[in-house]
Ligand binder design. Structure first.
Ligand code: PNS
Length: 162
């Protein structure tokens, strides 16, 4: 089976992530969205909440599963016999960071984990989980950025009832 992992912190997942998942799900037999820790970030949602939110978002995509892992992506990939990671690229600014992670993962997995990049669709090129949180924190409108139920949960986190 032609499998891939889509790793990320997904805090929260956005319509941009969903777009990448849908496109990747047409290229691979099975996609596992894996919620991992990004040690550079303090999350808004617990891993359990992020898994639930993601499961709900992909419920209509039969070849997409959701999982979480507290450790290195390469260890998760090896344990699950997956050799491809998917990442979205929005702009040149993403590239240096992504290049370093992809090369690190390839090197430390002894060439067992390669990264496939999908270029983000134009309508989501501006979008990130961080901007969603920033906008919601100050009561801005995130309805075009995340699914409706996710927007509600994000506003709740900031004590807002938009
Ligand atoms: O959505 P993000 O925050 O850009 O995702 C980054 C993530 C979670 C994919 C990355 O930080 C990660 O893979 N974390 C797990 C630990 C790991 O394997 N790090 C990469 C080698 S330094």
């Amino acid at each position: 089976m032609n499998k891939a992992i889509y790793p990320g912190s997904f805090d929260p997942m956005t319509n941009g992530h969903l777009d990448i998942i849908k496109r990747a799900s047409k290229m691979f037999d099975e996609i596992t969205v894996c919620i991992l820790k990004n040690t550079a970030k303090t999350p808004l949602f617990s891993v359990e909440d992020r898994v639930k939110i993601m499961e709900n978002a992909v419920k209509d995509l039969p070849n997409v599963k959701v999982d979480s892992f507290d450790g290195l992506l390469i260890d998760y990939a090896a344990a699950n016999d997956v050799h491809v990671a998917i990442r979205g690229l929005r702009a040149v600014t993403d590239f240096e960071y992504e290049l370093q992670i992809a090369q690190t993962n390839r090197k430390f997995s002894k060439d067992n984990l390669d990264t496939v990049f999908l270029i983000t669709s134009l309508e989501y090129a501006y979008l990130s989980s961080s901007t969603v949180k920033e906008i919601a924190r100050y009561g801005g409108d995130i309805s075009e950025c995340v699914p409706e139920d996710v927007a509600k949960l994000v506003y709740e986190k900031f004590g807002r009832v938009n």
